[in-house]
Unconditional design. Sequence first.
Length: 559
Amino acid sequence: MARGGNVHFVRSTSARAVDVLAVAGKPLWRDCETAFARIDELCGDNTSRLFAEPNAKEQEGGRLVVAWFSSFDEEPKQLGELDRGKRSRIESNLAARIEALRPALADREIGGTVGAMLNVADEASIVAVGENAVLTNWGVLPEEARSSRAAFVRHSEQTIGPYLPSGMSPRVPGQAWAALGGFATAGLSPPRRVIAPEATAASTQEAQSTAPARHKQSWLWPIAALSLVFAACLIYAASPGNLVYPEALPPPPTAPLVNNEEVNRSLEERIGKMKRELAKAACEADSSVLGPPLHESGGGTENGASGAARGQAPAPGSPHSLLAALDSATVLVLAPSADSLSTGSGFFVSQREILTNNHVVEGAGGTVFVASKALGRAVPARVVARSASSETGNPDFALLRVDDAPSTVRPLHLSTEIARLDSVIAGGFPSFVMSMDSTYRAILNGDTTGLANLEMVVTQGNVMAMPQGGAAKVITHSANISPGNSGGPLSDACGRAVGVNTFIVLDGGNVQKLNFSLGASDAIRFLSANGVTVAGADQPCNPATGIAAAAGPTEGPVK
């Protein structure tokens, strides 16, 4: 990032390249750190933080996909999502931060650039990050808004205009009508006509002398005529024999009496039949897929607190225990690269470390973002280690580290004890399935307010084979995976990660698909080589008897 500390993701947007304003032939987003530095020099440190920092990637058709970053790490929200009190504070903050730009706007070197930066694409471009107003999609003016002064004013009044101090207005390079100053001179309404007090009496007298004479009481005779007609109608209606009433209708036919005894007997027979059907359809839980508690109830934790104080895993046989474990540990990985935004999955192996595939993050820089219901928001994660290769069949791992994670995050244990026909569950965020989820789509657009509703996809199957002789141990299984599952856990019925979902293989006609995960043994070696020690479990999974998972990972120094 150009400015120090701009590592917090705000939102993702798109724009046409031609709508990004340019000064002296150079688009505003190119080399914007120079503008930021000059603004802070003229207006004071951190003044430029009103503007989020863009990371734009051009796609086909001249469209740009832009990830916006800020130094503020609170949860971003649209103005419409705020209560009245907070919205008022954010709007005041925005007006004050724009007011602070006056020295930069008056500067001969950078004034035109800052004026152009005050244009925003739409009202959603104004974002509240904590108690701070932040502008995204700044320096963008749609083609329609550039077509005329009137269109420009309408667009500005619907976006940034209400927050501009007196005498300040966005500017559009190359358009004379946009350089006129405030909205008073650029507005659509004609100026009000003011009449001097001493001229008022004379004007009134002149108006009276030229007004046409009125025809007094010429309007009374039509009202009198209508009143006479109305009175005559009332007298006629009140006379006996003049009003005609309709003949009485015959009474409706009487409905036949219902045989209550017959109806009751029929209902009793139907209820009895339904009870018998329900008794036959009773479902009993399959203990082979219901995991036991993942943490022992007794003993203490690192800080001396008991296991109960941090929350107990559901009892063995609970239909929610396995799902809760996977939900707590599995994350959505967002990896912005040079020309796109890649997505994948990963899972916590310690309170700070996340394991995923190298091919999920290999196009990104040193920082990606992870999100989940347990995290509650999207947080930056540093890529601290990678496998040497991401070729199919080779070890394909990456280690991510977050600065902190809430206690609701519970890392998964790893186990090397797996055999053919064992039940397995694949967890993750396959884009083919998640694309139907509105929360997932909103996250890709930078809106993380609905993370509490984000649910990963889980599929169930069995181990089919474990081919030998390759560069890495792989597990072939029938739990369906697809792009976006990469890096997510393959769990046994006890909630232990026995593999990392990595790739699929289709036959020539795309009729049959095989799902492959890298085995936990290679994952453990990769983690150990990079300072995360994991004790591999050698106990077979037996959820029916409540066998707990083996001891979990312990965090060590990152090499």
